[in-house]
Write a protein that binds this ligand. Sequence first.
Ligand code: 13P
Length: 243
Amino acid sequence: MCQVKLIVSNWKMNLNVSDSKKLIKDLIKFSNNNSIEHVVCPQFALIPSVSRLIKESKITLGAQDCHHEKIGAYTGDTSVQILKELNCKYVILGHSERRDYHSETNELVKKKVFLAISEGLKPIICVGESIEDRKSNNYLNIIEKQLDVCVPNDYNNVVIAYEPIWSIGTGQVPTNKEILEMKKFTYNFLKSKKRIHKVNFLYGGSVNSMNFHEIMNDTKVDGALIGGSSLKIIEMNKILTFC
Ligand code: 13P
């Protein structure tokens, strides 16, 4: 019996209304695998139509971000409340693209994480280092700081997505040894400092149908956060029929 894997499709700012409908309809055909929980995270404007289409399916809905306040004068932002009304169960928080292009800090991510949890959404907390931090051997300090600030104490069932920035969209994937090092480091840190014993550790960064099985088998991570490949039905067909 296979360990259940969490596969998170981060569509980022891709797909129009008709292409997203077509992709979802095709994905529904491959969503009968009991060994996989598949979470689809579309951009905000696509969420209502995707939510309607997946109603009778096993696909779960997620968002790519949320605001850190419940409600108010925050032009252009989206509230947790609306995400819940639209049936989102997960929300990706602290993605490096939010940190880089929207100057999100660990402190801001922490506020979002707390709000999401208090409102009943499951945060997928992203951590990852730059190539400079990797090369200078400073990467564990960066990850430790991100985990320390962004992850609340005593919150079990936490989902951490390790996405090294240098691997996102580049085709460069860390070795399985490097992924394992980060998985162990994350578990040990969260257990000792935050008293968290149930951690779902995902790997993200250039995951595709060719490397997915090996990463899952060799590192025993709990799943993957997938960008580019999540837009391609041929790729997702192979990934979602894992084991
Ligand atoms: P890619 O799979 O395109 O490298 O993107 C990873 C990612 O950022 C998912 O959140």
